[in-house]
Design a protein around this ligand. Structure first.
Ligand code: MD3
Ligand code: FE
Length: 216
């Protein structure tokens, strides 16, 4: 694979590599992710108020984000099977190193599945212990209409995230408000049955120096 080229976004700290993964890389990464969902199936979380998400979720790696009546948190096990999350594919760990240069690996990968009318409301990602570490996002399947705006609120801008696009939220963009307004149904044939899978790699609970100052 050729090294991804970065496109300016006009938003400080929001880094975007359109088409970072070519068609072959998308297909092989998707196959790895779908293989993990045999043991760790997608499930539909509920908000602490009991409202089901339209997005289905699962996870990979030491930790993944979950939501239920008890609240939001990162945990080491699948909430339905109670089994540890499957490992993160090495491809994703390599992508994290290559694009973020962060001196330690991610400890969590949230896998979001959007089908049909699924969307994600505007929110901030602030459940992580180290908010100085970046979040890396990989999009697979149908194009999403993505919305992002300043942490303090105010004007948002809309852009599309297509299959193979990778973005990193760093520095001043790390606490940006963001969400997924909708999918462009049928824009990709990658995901069997249609839809979109988004992978987010994070430093959820590990902090630099506490267990992996050299990266483990
Ligand atoms: C901006 N996921 O899992 S990915 C999420 O497409 C989430 O499933 C969306 O928002 C999705 O929390 C958006 C792009 C993204 C991910 C993390 C961010 C944008 C972000 C963290 C901070 C700011
Ligand atoms: Fe988010």
């Amino acid at each position: 694979m050729s090294p991804p080229r970065e496109t300016p976004t006009g938003l400080p700290g929001f880094r975007l590599w359109p088409g970072a993964l070519d068609a072959a890389a998308q297909a092989s990464l998707l196959a790895e992710v779908l293989a993990t969902t045999e043991a760790a199936p997608f499930y539909r979380p509920v908000t602490p108020g009991g409202r089901p998400f339209s997005v289905e979720m699962t996870g990979m790696g030491p930790l993944a984000w979950v939501s239920d009546r008890a609240g939001y948190r990162y945990q080491p096990t699948h909430p339905v099977t109670d089994a540890p999350w499957p490992p993160m594919p090495q491809t994703l760990l390599d992508l994290w190193d290559a694009l973020t240069g962060w001196p330690a690996p991610p400890d969590a990968c949230l896998v979001n599945l959007y089908r049909g009318e699924a969307k994600m409301g505007l929110h901030q990602d602030r459940d992580e212990a180290d908010l100085t570490a970046p979040v890396l996002s990989v999009s697979l399947g149908d194009t999403a209409v993505f919305r992002i705006g300043p942490a303090e609120g105010g004007r948002t801008q809309s852009l599309k995230l297509a299959s193979g696009d990778v973005c990193a939220l760093t520095g001043p963009a790390r606490l940006a408000r963001h969400g997924i307004d909708r999918l462009l149904a049928g824009s990709s044939q990658l995901v069997p049955g249609g839809g979109r899978i988004n992978l987010t790699l994070r430093r959820a609970l590990w902090r630099l120096g506490d267990r992996d100052s050299t990266g483990g």
